[in-house]
Design a protein around this ligand. Structure first.
Ligand code: GCU
Length: 663
């Protein structure tokens, strides 16, 4: 096999108190997902405990030992929720529906993997978010847009690929609670437009069935201009009756061919993709046309809000890319059909290491919303640097939007608690590929694992998730656990330190987004400026500047609008300040830049040393793979430090207070 099992690579445990439970599993196994749950328990029992599991149809006799998979509508459980309880040798996994049984089974397996006894177990979980989706940006030639771990395992040479990886992937995704997967890139070009037609549709249906057995719905990204590319229209106008009819018919065919299809993800009027603007229509017109067409089949339309003008003139100080999501969508609140969900990136720009939370969260009250994050580390080290992102996602989820008096955080909104929505949740741009370890950097798997676990249970801390992943992946040696935990938890702060300072972002090489280039984007038309000159830097997004800060509800608007109250870590995102401006920390902006860049490199060195001290304690192949990347990271962090520090030293002529060498 040319791939590993990541956190599902089970290790033997000899002295396990859990053996008695795994010898028999009771339940009804007709439904495919129930069968999957049994097979997963059986496999874990064999691989971890050397126990052969017997499948027993029906209810256990009084006094029986084993595991009972019991779908139980009486329980206070959602369809995907589960309740694990152990009494007198019998573990009951009760669940609202079959998917809850599967998640409960994986939770039981985690007890085994992490060496906890099921004796006396009592665990009830209802998933925090209804939708927990991975977005793959995979192209049909096998390349992956922003992919850093090999080629696609969904497509190769214009064909849909179904093989051992497909099932292995579904297992990994379901084991952490993922229930939706978009398999193709949001930029739908070429043959990807044809995935909704034969011969592709039958293959997609086959894949959808494999996923469905793991409780996962398959989604496709859709080309808004399909009526022109597949039909013989010269328009894709969403209000054109014939275009609407064409979509209805098309969706009839598609859902007949792919009965398990969840629906579609659409990137429209963004970065050159077609959309309703061409016809003078708005996003509600576009999304609703498609929503109507998929509605009879229970389909949903996930419409992205990543819409901005990527042709800005640098002399224009009023146009602001950060504003555009809110400007384009907020006024459409209430107009979207109930099977439309708006998918909003976590911040208003594009997955930078630090951004404020997108003001559309808390800016719309009558619209379903999904929070989109990116575990593909496009701007956070491209899976060559370790950068554990769960602490960032936790901060975003905890952000109070003040859209209502209670339950106003991003987590509340996307879980449906704030406005009672049923279609909402979290999506992540995926970080997988056909590399042997799935994610390029072995430690990037913590982001894949972590996204699933966090979206299922947003109250888990980043440390809890990391520890779980470490023990499942590497076993429960306490030194290994503590040191890898330390590496993961210091990695995002370290990356932020040696990257662009104080929330300004974008000091990367244009296009491929790797490595420092302070002015790379300053002289392009994408509207991603830092506005540094010899006196100061930062973008004025206050009410004296672009006005972006005012898109937030109070008191956030005032907090960001006011230079002094604006949090340090976002100071340059919201304000243009002199280099000598003193931050709330007491340091000048310039000294902060110098200090953090020296610290960031020291942190990278520390992470490498921690890893080196684990030689012989983690599998050799993983040790080598990760070490190679950590060595690169140390070198590359120094490159970041030097380019950024020299740039500002030369702009200002002011040296480092501590007299360190700046080139
Ligand atoms: C970023 C990324 C693109 C991607 C886009 C999107 O701009 O660099 O590759 O297509 O986001 O989210 O649609």
């Amino acid at each position: 096999m040319d791939f590993e099992q990541a956190w599902l690579s089970y290790r033997k445990r000899t002295d396990d108190t859990n053996r008695q439970y795994f010898a028999a599993v009771y339940g009804e196994f007709e439904e495919p997902v129930m069968n999957t749950a049994f097979l997963e328990i059986e496999r874990a029992a064999a691989e971890i405990l050397d126990v052969k599991t017997e499948r027993k149809r029906g209810m256990p006799e009084p006094g029986a030992t084993g595991i009972w998979l019991k779908t139980d509508p009486e329980e206070a459980l959602s369809e995907e929720g589960y309740h694990i309880s152990e009494r007198d040798g019998l573990v009951v996994i009760a669940a609202g529906g079959v998917r809850g049984i599967l998640y409960g089974s994986f939770a039981c397996i985690r007890y085994l993997q992490t060496g906890r006894t099921l004796r006396g177990a009592e665990l009830r979980e209802n998933p925090s978010n209804p939708l927990r989706i991975l977005n793959h940006w995979d192209n049909m030639d096998g390349s992956i847009e922003r992919g850093y771990s090999g080629k696609s395992f969904f497509f190769r040479d214009q064909e849909v690929l179904i093989n051992e990886r497909t099932v292995a992937y579904a297992r990994l995704a379901a084991s952490v609670g993922i229930n939706g997967v978009v398999i193709n890139n949001v930029n739908v070009r070429g043959n990807a437009t044809r995935l909704i037609e034969e011969p592709y549709a039958s293959k997609v249906a086959e894949m959808a069935k494999i996923f469905a057995d793991y409780g996962i719905r398959l989604f496709l990204s859709l080309n808004f201009a399909a009526p022109m590319e597949l039909g013989d229209f010269d328009t894709a106008d969403p209000l054109d009756e014939e275009v609407r009819e064409w979509w209805k018919e098309k969706m009839g065919e598609v859902f007949t061919r792919i009965p398990n299809l969840g629906g579609f993800l659409v990137k429209a009027d963004s970065e050159g993709r077609p959309g309703p603007f061409t016809y003078g229509r708005d996003h509600a017109d576009g999304a609703n046309m498609l929503a109507e067409a998929v509605k009879p089949y229970g389909g949903i339309i996930i419409w992205r809000c990543f819409v901005y003008n990527c042709q800005q003139d640098w002399r224009d100080y009023k146009t602001d890319r950060a504003r555009s999501g809110y400007d384009n969508f907020a006024s459409l609140d209430g107009r979207f059909l109930d099977n439309v969900i708006l998918q909003v990136k976590n911040g208003p720009m594009d997955f930078q290491v630090r951004e404020p939370v997108h003001p559309l969260f808390g800016g719309m009250k009558e619209t379903n919303q999904i929070l989109e994050v990116q575990i593909a580390q496009e701007y956070t080290g491209q899976q060559r640097h370790v950068c554990y992102l769960i602490p960032m996602f936790r901060e975003i989820l905890a952000f109070r939007t003040y859209c209502s008096e209670t339950e106003d955080t991003v987590a509340d909104i996307v879980s449906g608690r704030t406005w009672g929505n049923k279609l909402c949740g979290m999506a992540a741009v995926a970080n997988t590929g056909d590399d042997v370890n799935w994610t390029g950097h072995d430690m990037a798997a913590a982001n894949l694992y972590g996204f699933g676990r966090l979206s299922f249970q947003t109250d888990l801390t980043a440390e809890e998730i990391a520890e779980e992943w470490i023990v499942c992946t590497f076993g429960d040696d306490s030194e290994v656990r503590e040191k890898i935990l330390k590496i993961l938890m210091m990695s995002w702060p370290a990356y932020e330190k040696y990257n662009a300072p104080l929330g300004i972002g974008w000091m990367v090489n244009p296009n491929f987004h790797y490595g420092p280039s302070v002015d790379g984007y300053e002289y392009s038309r994408w509207g991603t400026y830092h506005r540094a000159d010899h006196e100061g830097l930062g973008v004025d997004r206050s009410d004296r500047g672009t006005g972006y800060a005012m898109q937030y509800n109070e008191p956030n608007a005032s907090l960001y609008n006011d230079l002094d109250s604006c949090p340090d870590e976002l100071k340059l995102f919201f304000h243009h300040v002199p280099y000598t401006y003193r931050l709330r920390s007491g340091k000048t902006v310039l000294q902060h830049i110098y200090d953090t860049h020296f610290e960031g490199v020291a942190d990278a060195e520390k992470m490498k040393e921690l890893w080196q001290s684990l030689e012989g304690k983690v599998p050799e192949r993983i040790y080598r793979r990760a070490l190679e990347r950590l060595e690169h990271q140390v070198w590359h962090a120094a490159e970041w430090r030097d380019q950024i520090n020299s740039y500002f030293f030369r702009k200002t002529g002011i040296g480092d207070e501590q007299g360190r060498e700046i080139y």
